[in-house]
Design a protein around this ligand. Structure first.
Ligand code: SAH
Ligand code: SF4
Ligand code: F3S
Length: 475
C-alpha cells in the first residue's frame, strides 16, 4: 500500500472528480447512442450502516456518471462491492460473489470494482490481485470519493486499477449521494475509531477519528428535512467522542440540541455509543430532547470484567451496570439494545455466565450477538487461548435463547397498547401491511388500507412476536 495522501486540497480533489464524472457520462451517453440502452450499475453492500451510507455515495456517483440501476437478475455493466471485514463470514460472502462472477467464454463482461473495509488490508488486496483477476478496480475506505477518477482511468486505459491509501486526515464533503430510503437517512458525524478494542479490525481499516464540522452536519440535515426526510441516524463508531479531535468538549450533546431544532425532522437516532465515555450531558440531552426517543444502543460485548480488560474496553461489568442504572434513573422507561461477543480468547464458562447475568439484569429489548471471529492484525488474534468452535457455538445458543425469551416478554407487554409509529413503507410480512418503528426502535407491522409512508400514526398492538409487533392503524 502506498501512503499517497494527495498534496492538493480536498476541494480540488472533489472538483477533479466532477470533471471525471462529466467525462464518464460523455462516454456512457455515446455508448448508449450506439447500443440503444443506458449502461447499468449494481452496488452490493456487506457490513454495517457506514457501508450502507458509503454505498449511497457510490450510487450517487454512478448515477451522475450516467449509469442506471440494473434490473433484478440482470448482470450490470458496473458491479461495485462495498465490503466488510468485521468478521470472517463477511469476507467469505464477498469471495463467494466474486467467484460466481468469474467470466467464462461468451459471458458478458462487467466492470468489477471493489472497495470498503476489506480492501484496507494488504493481504486481501494481494489475494484479489492474484486470485481474482477479473476484478478491475480496487480502492479503499479513505478514497471512496475518487471512484469517478479510477473508473475513468479504467475506461480509457483498460488496465486494472489499484489505488489504496493507508491513512487519511481528510473529511470529505460534497460527494453526490443517492439515498436508498425516503423517510429515514444516514448522516455521518464522524469517521474512524481510536479505541482499538483488541478483537476489532475497524480502527485498522477506517483510520483515526475525524469529526465533521457541526455546520456541515446541520446543513445536510436541514436539506434532508426540506426533502421530506423525517428521521436521521447519526453515524460514528463512537459518537460520544464526536468533536474531541476538533478540540471541543461535550460537542455531541451540543450537536443534538442543535439538530433537535430543525423543523421537519421528527426523530433523531445515533449509533454507536461506547459505554466508557457516555457523558452526563448526553443522558441529559436524551431526557430533554423530544426527538431523541427512548432508545439507547449500548454495546457491552462481555459481562466478565477480566475479558473486558483483555478486550481493551476500558470499563468493568460493574461500571456498565452502574451506567445502565444511571440512565434508567433519568429516563425510567428507556429501551436498551446491545452488541455481545461470545467466545473471545480465554473466555471460560464462568466468564460466559457473567455475560448471561448482564443480559438477565439489564433486560435488553434486542441484542446483536456475534461469535468471536479472529481478525488478522488485531491484538486478540495473537492470543493463544482461542476458544474451540463447538464451545463458542454452544454458548452462543444459550445466549440467544436467554435473550430471545427476554425480548419476547418485553414485546408481550405491548399487547393491547397503542404506540406511535413512523411509517417507512410496505411491510415484508404481507401486502396489506405497512411497516415502521416506534421511537423506542420497536419494529411494528400493521394493517392499513392506504399508504401513509412518512407520517407518524397511532397503531394498536394486537400481537407480540419475538422481534416485532403486529397491530392495526387507529384513525
Ligand atoms: N463501534 C461500534 C461497533 C462496531 S462493529 C462499537 O464499538 O460498538 C459492530 C459489532 O461487531 C461490535 O460491537 C462487536 O460486537 C462486533 N465485532 C467486532 N469485531 C468482532 C470480531 N472480531 N468478532 C466478533 N464480533 C465482532
Ligand atoms: Fe471496534 Fe471498539 Fe472501535 Fe467499536 S469502539 S469500532 S468495537 S475498536
Ligand atoms: Fe462496518 Fe464492517 Fe467496516 S462493520 S466499519 S463495514 S469492517
Amino acid at each position: 500500500m502506498n501512503n499517497n495522501k494527495p498534496a492538493e486540497t480536498i476541494e480540488d480533489t472533489i472538483q477533479r472528480q466532477y470533471a471525471c464524472i462529466d467525462k464518464v457520462r460523455e462516454i456512457n451517453n455515446e455508448k448508449a447512442g450506439h447500443e440503444g440502452r443506458q449502461p447499468t450499475y449494481d452496488v452490493r453492500i456487506f457490513g454495517c450502516q457506514m457501508n450502507e451510507h458509503d454505498a449511497e455515495k457510490l450510487t450517487g456517483m454512478l448515477e451522475e456518471m450516467g449509469y442506471t440501476k440494473a434490473a433484478e437478475g440482470e448482470q450490470a455493466d458496473v458491479i461495485v462491492f462495498e465490503t466488510c471485514c468485521v468478521r470472517e463470514n463477511a469476507e467469505l460472502k464477498v469471495y463467494g460473489h466474486l467467484g460466481l462472477l468469474k467470466p467464462s467464454e461468451g459471458d458478458k463482461r462487467s466492470i468489477i470494482a471493489i472497495t470498503g473495509c476489506m480492501m484496507q488490508q494488504p493481504h486481501i488486496v494481494e489475494k484479489i490481485k492474484k486470485s481474482f483477476r477479473h476484478v478491475n478496480i480496487v480502492f479503499g475506505t479513505h478514497n471512496l470519493h475518487t471512484f469517478p477518477e479510477l473508473l475513468l482511468k479504467y475506461l480509457t486505459k483498460g488496465k486494472r486499477v489499484f489505488d489504496l491509501w493507508d491513512a487519511t486526515s481528510q473529511v470529505v464533503e460534497g460527494v453526490p449521494v443517492t439515498r436508498a430510503e425516503k423517510v429515514k437517512a444516514w448522516v455521518n458525524i464522524m469517521l474512524g475509531c481510536n479505541n482499538f478494542c483488541s478483537y476489532c479490525i475497524v480502527p485498522h481499516v477506517r483510520g483515526r477519528e475525524r469529526s465533521r464540522n457541526k455546520e456541515d452536519i446541520l446543513q445536510e440535515v436541514t436539506r434532508l428535512a426540506t426533502e421530506g426526510y423525517k428521521e436521521i441516524t447519526l453515524l460514528g463508531q463512537n459518537v460520544n467522542s464526536y468533536g474531541n479531535d476538533l478540540g471541543l468538549k461535550d460537542a455531541f450533546a451540543d450537536l443534538l440540541y442543535a439538530l433537535n431544532e430543525i423543523d421537519g425532522i421528527e426523530r433523531i437516532r445515533f449509533m454507536t455509543s461506547h459505554p466508557k465515555d457516555l457523558s452526563e450531558s448526553l443522558i441529559q440531552a436524551m431526557k430533554e430532547l423530544p426527538k431523541l426517543g427512548g432508545h439507547l444502543h449500548l454495546p457491552f460485548q462481555s459481562g466478565s470484567s477480566r475479558i473486558l480488560k483483555d478486550m481493551n474496553r476500558k470499563y468493568s461489568k460493574e461500571q456498565y451496570l452502574d451506567l445502565i442504572d444511571r440512565v434508567r434513573a433519568v429516563i425510567p422507561d428507556i429501551a436498551f439494545t446491545t452488541d455481545i461477543i461470545v467466545g473471545f480468547p480465554g473466555e471460560t464458562e464462568e466468564d460466559f455466565q457473567e455475560t448471561l447475568d448482564v443480559v438477565k439484569r439489564v433486560r435488553f429489548d434486542l441484542a446483536y450477538t456475534f461469535l468471536y471471529s479472529k481478525r488478522t492484525g488485531t491484538k486478540a488474534a495473537t492470543y493463544e487461548n482461542q476458544v474451540p468452535e463447538n464451545i463458542k457455538k454452544e454458548r452462543f445458543q444459550r445466549l440467544t435463547d436467554t435473550q430471545n425469551a427476554i425480548g419476547t416478554e418485553i414485546n408481550k407487554n405491548y399487547e393491547g397498547q397503542t404506540v406511535e409509529v413512523l411509517v417507512e413503507g410496505k411491510s415484508r410480512q404481507s401486502d396489506a401491511m405497512y411497516t415502521g418503528r416506534t421511537s423506542k426502535f420497536k419494529l411494528v407491522n400493521f394493517t392499513c388500507d392506504r399508504d401513509l409512508t412518512g407520517q407518524l400514526v397511532q397503531v394498536k398492538i394486537v400481537r407480540a412476536w419475538p422481534f416485532w409487533l403486529e397491530g392495526w392503524l387507529i384513525e
